[in-house]
Design a protein around this ligand. Sequence first.
Ligand code: SF4
Length: 113
Amino acid sequence: MQSKISRRALVKGGLIAGAVIPAMGLMARTASAAGLPPLDPKDPTAQALGFVLDARKVDAAANPTYKPAQKCGTCAQFQGKAGDASGGCNIFAGKSVPVGGWCKVWAQKPGAS
Ligand code: SF4
């Protein structure tokens, strides 16, 4: 039995794979961002960085640089989109943080106020 694969079939297959593989990667990234487990405030790193689920509960005496407008949703490290209730964080990889959370690493997101 002889199996011949034409050059046309190879090119066609390559074009389809070239279009499908990046789309699969995009879907995987979207799914993983949405399915991240929430960061536990009792996590040792979270505790060290003063992470709280609700920025309104930040101990201002212990965190003198904290300002009321600071929260995960306005932080440069926040990976969620506008309107998301929570999203990934560059500091706490593999975890999600609520838009209203806060930690000592907070830095103004460009363009957010
Ligand atoms: S680094 Fe920013 S987004 Fe991440 S937990 Fe701290 S304040 Fe929230």
